[in-house]
Design a protein around this ligand. Structure first.
Ligand code: ADP
Ligand code: ADP
Length: 228
């Protein structure tokens, strides 16, 4: 699913965010990315969906050489990747339904297909009855569930979540994890950056620890934690 070889990323201001990473992630895996603030976790994630370009190295995602993609081809890469953020990034003036339908409208699906699929994913995240609400009328956990619905509406092969429970209380965080596990059980690869020791140590998965732009640890059913 993802293959990185000899990857480096130096930002224009001279900061070395990724300092030589080799890693392979298979289709269907669930991987936690842990590490201290500033370690390079977000940069690592952004390299996967070409939000950032590496300074050096090769990155293949879902069979595509991410570096060789022309500007016009990037949307096709992103169609295979759903992204969930800590702060949800929902469109505030649109309803829940519209927030989720949007991703299908831009690729020109028929209204009938859109309606069916949107209600299907809202059902999956348990929010079918809130389709007409706007994000402000929902709790943080509900907003995150909407952002997950939006991320998966297009059947992506890969779901990336950058601290998806960072703004949520513990009970709500477990609900979000249950949904992410269900999505993963359906065959979608899930990559999740997190600071939650409790989640990582309870729902055991592969753990990749990034420190100073390097992979400090890569463990099957690993534990939370890092050196500094
Ligand atoms: P990032 O650099 O990934 O954006 P932040 O520094 O914004 O991370 O931290 C996100 C949240 O995680 C904050 O609430 C912060 O207090 C918490 N956090 C940061 N480092 C740790 C840690 N080592 N263990 C547990 N929680 C942490
Ligand atoms: P993490 O997600 O682990 O907190 P980041 O990938 O966000 O780490 O950041 C790694 C390093 O790169 C940090 O020193 C950060 O300040 C720097 N950095 C991140 N984004 C940029 C940017 N757009 N321009 C310059 N420096 C950046």
């Amino acid at each position: 699913m993802i293959d990185m070889q000899g990857v480096y990323k130096t930002y224009p201001n001279g900061v070395i965010a990724i300092n030589g990473i080799d890693v392979t992630i298979e289709q269907g895996e669930f991987v936690y990315i842990v590490g201290p603030s500033g370690a390079g976790k977000s940069t690592f994630i952004k390299l996967i969906f070409r939000e950032e370009k590496p300074t050096k190295g090769s990155i293949t995602v879902n069979g595509k050489d991410v570096l060789k993609l022309k500007w016009k081809q990037i949307p096709y890469l992103r169609r295979d990747i759903g992204v969930v953020y800590q702060d949800f990034k929902l469109l505030p003036k649109m309803t829940v339904y519209e927030n989720v339908a949007f991703a299908l409208e831009v690729i020109g699906e028929t209204p009938k297909t859109i309606r069916k699929r949107v209600m299907e994913v809202l059902d999956l995240v348990g929010l079918k009855n809130k389709a007409r609400f706007i994000p402000d009328e929902l709790s943080g956990g509900e907003q995150q569930r909407i952002s997950i619905a939006r991320a998966i509406v297009n059947y992506p092969k890969l779901l990336i979540a950058d601290e998806p429970t960072g703004n949520l209380d513990p009970d709500t965080s477990w609900e979000i994890m249950r949904i992410l596990e269900e999505i993963n059980a359906g065959g979608t690869t899930v990559i999740m950056a997190t600071h939650s020791k409790e989640i990582v140590n309870t729902i055991k998965k592969r753990v990749i620890a990034i420190e100073d732009g390097l992979i400090a640890r890569d463990q099957h059913r690993g534990e939370y934690g890092y050196e500094v």
